[in-house]
Design a protein around this ligand. Structure first.
Ligand code: SAM
Length: 209
């Protein structure tokens, strides 16, 4: 798989690691302006390590749901164009605002991803990429509700945490149900477990139907 412009494997202390260009955010090593992208701390990073194609291109217009304190969305914004970062918890959003200080294309929004109508007046439609990592119940429903922001040829890059849906159920059964629900709105192009980087998570790349 060819990596998009802006993402490379670079040497850090003699070890080849996935990296983007930008200011450090979470204590990751930096060399020659490139910062290591820790796949153990980022589902999108893990997707690259596993050879998936999350759909991020240089200059992509992105909506990121579940931005937390900016670990992954900072790497995304190092590559992308305008990137709306939705997070509903005030505390991580404060950290995210600092991350956005050096990334003028990163636009943090204190919003609930289950209620896209509350940010539809700010977020453009026709976006290239919807990244979602909310890790709360109803993950497929959230992805479907936010399809409205994607261009018809856009991509969904979704991480589903099994335990957030049902901690007692077999993860495979949870993933099968989520994929069934997603298929109402999306065509699934690829789906893989994120082991060994993230246990009991399924990554999905899909396009609008
Ligand atoms: N994507 C982040 C990263 O890799 O840096 C980690 C995200 S963490 C697993 C999930 C985040 O989603 C939490 O910060 C949580 O507050 C947020 N979240 C959960 N449900 C949400 C919702 N309905 N709307 C917005 N944010 C939500």
């Amino acid at each position: 798989m060819a990596l998009p412009d802006g993402i490379q494997y670079r040497a850090f202390d003699g070890e080849e690691r996935l990296a983007t260009r930008g200011e450090a955010v979470y204590g990751e090593p930096v060399a020659d302006g490139w910062r290591a992208w820790d796949a153990h701390r980022s589902k999108v990073g893990a997707m690259y390590e596993l050879g998936m194609e999350p759909g991020l291109e240089s200059g992509s217009e992105v909506l990121y749901l579940g931005a937390a304190n900016g670990t992954t969305v900072s790497h995304v914004a190092d590559v992308s164009g305008p990137t709306y970062a939705v997070e509903f918890a005030a505390r991580p959003l404060r950290d995210l605002l600092s991350v956005a200080e050096t990334r003028t294309n990163l636009l943090p929004l204190l919003k609930d991803a289950r209620r896209p109508e509350t940010y539809a007046h700010v977020v453009e439609s026709g976006l290239d990429l919807l990244v979602q990592d909310v890790a709360t119940r109803g993950q497929a429903r959230v992805a479907r509700a936010n399809r409205r922001f994607l261009a018809d040829d856009g991509r969904l890059c979704l991480s589903i945490k099994a335990r957030s849906e049902d901690a007692t159920c077999d993860p495979e059964a949870v993933f099968a149900d989520a994929l069934d629900e997603l298929r109402e709105t999306y065509t699934v192009l690829d789906s893989r477990r994120l082991d060994p980087f993230h246990a009991d998570h399924l990554a999905v790349v899909a396009e609008p139907r």
